[in-house]
Design a protein around this ligand. Structure first.
Ligand code: NAP
Length: 276
């Protein structure tokens, strides 16, 4: 039997970070499926006008304003069937090299404000007995990225939140997808906040890690792969973890992390990032 069209299942979607990378690919794919999309950027002029697309200005660093922007879009749409929390950025450098506000802002944007948007979206979905909440987490949950402690912590928290929520929403018709991409070729690295710590005595080590990080992104899969995996997950309509990326990152490495020992996981990580 042919799958029910996505636009019938999820006629109206909201997605954060629609201006670039994965979010732009998800948006393009949803629009092609006939879904009406409200998509965000901090500067909405970065969002090209397209049929069925509604640009929204939203900055996760301004929590109250972001919540208000979401609520306004939700009222305009008459409730969302699909909400994708995708927007994000990283901070790179040793823990002690950044002042507390930088880490606090990283956790707030990636975790706290993301949870806030979910809370605002859920009542309408619950009332209709239908909907999907997709939180874009990361393979960093299973393989923390060296030098990105705040990012790793926020994504681990986001995955834990998604899985907890999935238990609570079982039987309501609302699904929660903990989407964990491996590396994808996006401008993510160009937006990373670089720590001044990379110019301190430990710098060569961090410079090597960063080079590896960049090299991996250069050869990473194109974003269409993630969009395809997301659409497949939405068709399934079930809560759970969805991994996306190269065969090694999306299949083999998580399997090794589950079956192997902690020293093995650390050894893979050290080799991968040239951690000496
Ligand atoms: N690329 C990867 O390898 C990879 C791997 C695992 C997970 N991820 C996750 O996938 C998501 C998308 O990343 P990407 O690779 O597509 O990166 P990207 O190309 O840099 O896109 C990031 C998006 O987030 C928005 N954004 C950044 N900071 C924001 C803020 N403070 N408030 C609101 N919006 C903000 C950006 O919009 P504006 O700058 O226009 O405001 C942009 O649309 C992120 O959550 C990232 O952690 C990426």
């Amino acid at each position: 039997m042919p799958a029910r069209p996505l636009a019938e299942r999820y006629p109206r979607a909201f997605i954060t970070g629609a201006s670039s990378g994965l979010g732009a690919a998800f948006t393009t794919r949803l629009l092609a499926e006939g879904v009406e999309v409200w998509g965000t950027a901090r500067d909405a002029s970065r969002l090209p006008a397209r049929p069925g697309f509604h640009p929204v200005s939203l900055d996760l660093a301004q929590g109250d304003d972001a919540a208000a922007a979401f609520t306004q879009a939700q009222t305009e749409a008459g409730g969302f069937d699909l909400v994708i929390n995708n927007a994000g950025y990283g901070v790179f450098g040793p823990v002690e090299s950044q002042p507390f506000p930088v880490w606090a802002a990283q956790l707030d944007a990636l975790l706290t404000q993301t949870l806030r948007l979910s809370l605002l979206a859920l009542p309408a979905m619950r009332a209709r007995g239908h909907g999907a909440l997709v939180n874009i987490s990361s393979l960093a949950v299973e393989f923390p990225i060296p030098g990105m402690s705040g990012y790793n912590a926020a994504k681990a928290g986001l995955s834990a939140w998604s899985l907890s929520l999935a238990y609570e929403l079982a039987g309501t018709g609302v699904s929660v997808v903990d989407f964990r991409p491996g590396d994808f070729r996006t401008p993510f690295n160009t937006a990373v906040v670089q720590s001044p710590g990379t110019s301190q005595p430990s710098a060569p080590r961090w410079a090597r890690v960063w080079r590896r990080f960049e090299a991996m992104h250069d050869v990473a899969p194109a974003v269409d792969v993630a969009a395809e995996d997301l659409v497949r997950a939405l068709h399934r309509g079930r809560s759970g973890i969805v991994r996306s990326g190269s065969f090694f990152q999306a299949r083999l490495a998580p399997l090794l992390a589950r079956l192997g020992s902690e020293p093995l996981r650390r050894a893979i990580q050290a080799r991968y990032f040239d951690l000496r």
